[in-house]
Ligand binder design. Structure first.
Ligand code: GRG
Length: 293
């Protein structure tokens, strides 16, 4: 089954990113070049698409949450640049091109990641106009908590200190929900917060995002085993080579696929309780387990 992906939203995000990101003519040019290189290397823009789709579900205008949508893509791109570095995953390819450190060197790649992370918060604080200041503050908190020790970085650290000969479901679930799931949840929640979703709606959409984020990373594990360099834009088989803790390793490939499907079923069931047109979020859930990249 192939599921239609909202390429209209991807196009809008790409245009906005180009407008928001400082030009590579600015001094020091090498820094801005490295930031742009990684941001415009391709990528599905899944997290910004989630921000916009969530906001549209709660009746916002598509442009209203755009600075927040782009800020999340900055944070995601920073995490990819740092994740690819030699002391971490030591990857040569990402998004179909040589990784940032391969082109600009490790020192500049570290700085480009740091700069994107800081720029993300500056972007929201300066340009996120739609939404009251308390909602914008809630979004800033959302992004910070999702990125920090209680989110992405915490999950990444457990990933780094866990070994594949001592894996259990609890640990791998912690890694996936924190390393990947938390930022996906922040994307869904931020769109809903800015659009003025009620607290009950916010709770339901957060639950949807929990299931979606876990299914997204389980699918990432599966694709790492079955995908090709062309499809993935990076070398397949990296998880096994780096002794990573994954769902297929803990429960086998078939059970991992089943678990991802069950998570998507649960995500979609949660949407049934929201009295809005949740079609966009439903299609994104289907996309997560049918994607090949
Ligand atoms: C240890 C210095 C140091 C940094 C670590 C926090 C961090 C940096 C990394 C977090 C781990 C990480 C990269 C999580 C994301 C995992 C993931 C599923 C990436 C792929 O996302 P896609 O498929 O990629 O959305 P595209 O390229 O389409 O955007």
């Amino acid at each position: 089954m192939s599921v239609e992906y909202p390429n209209d939203l991807v196009e809008k995000v790409d245009q906005a990113l180009d407008g928001f990101l400082p030009s590579e003519e600015i001094y020091p040019q090498v820094l801005y070049k490295a930031m742009r290189y990684s941001l415009f290397a391709g990528g599905k823009r899944f997290r910004p698409v989630l921000v916009l789709s969530s906001a549209l579900t709660f009746d916002a205008d598509v442009e209203a949450p755009m600075p927040t949508a782009c800020a999340i893509e900055y944070i995601h791109t920073y995490s990819l640049i740092h994740d690819d570095l030699p002391p971490v995953d030591d990857d040569d390819y990402r998004r179909g091109r040589p990784t940032c450190h391969k082109v600009f060197g490790v020192d500049i790649a570290i700085m480009a990641g740091d700069a994107l992370f800081a720029e993300a918060f500056s972007l929201v604080a300066r340009l996120q106009k739609a939404g009251s200041s308390s909602k914008i503050l809630a979004v800033i908190r959302e992004l910070a908590e999702a990125s920090g020790p209680g989110g992405m970085v915490g999950g990444q650290v457990v990933d780094m200190i866990s070994t594949d000969d001592q894996v259990d479901l609890e640990t791998v679930t912690f890694i996936h929900t924190h390393k990947t799931g938390r930022l996906i949840k922040a994307a869904v929640r931020s769109g809903a917060i800015l659009a003025g979703a009620s607290s009950n709606e916010l709770e339901l959409v957060s639950l949807y995002a929990d299931h979606l984020g876990l299914a997204f990373q389980i699918t990432d594990d599966i694709l790492d085993e079955v995908g090709t360099l062309d499809e993935l834009g990076k070398a397949p088989g990296a998880d096994k080579k780096q002794h990573k803790v994954t769902f297929p390793l803990v429960m086998g490939m078939e059970e991992a696929k089943k678990t991802a499907e069950e998570e998507i079923k649960k995500a979609k069931m949660t949407l049934e309780d929201i009295r809005r047109d949740t079609g966009r979020l439903e299609r994104l859930a289907d996309f997560v387990i049918t994607r090949s990249s």
